[in-house]
Design a protein. Structure first.
Length: 79
């Protein structure tokens, strides 16, 4: 545990990372049968692979939110 206070976009970045990892595991599970010669997985797994992109966007939104909060804080401290 760190002693830092949570920033504005920290939760979004963490959620985005979790969603991205779920999508990455689904992608590995979807591609693995192609290499081992097994039957392909159901199409639901292909849709779960889309979570990689969604997680990336969520984490990016968290970074943008954090940057905006830091800019607001810097402007208020100089004014």
């Amino acid at each position: 545990m760190s002693d830092e206070t949570p920033q504005a976009g920290d939760l979004l970045v963490r959620i985005g990372a979790i969603v991205f990892l779920i999508g990455a595991v689904a992608t590995l599970a979807t591609v693995a049968p192609l290499f081992i010669g097994a039957d392909p997985l159901p199409s639901v797994f292909y849709w779960v692979c889309m979570l990689m992109g969604a997680g990336f966007l969520i984490a990016g939104a968290g970074v943008v939110r954090s940057v905006a909060a830091q800019r607001r804080q810097a402007r208020s401290s100089t004014a």
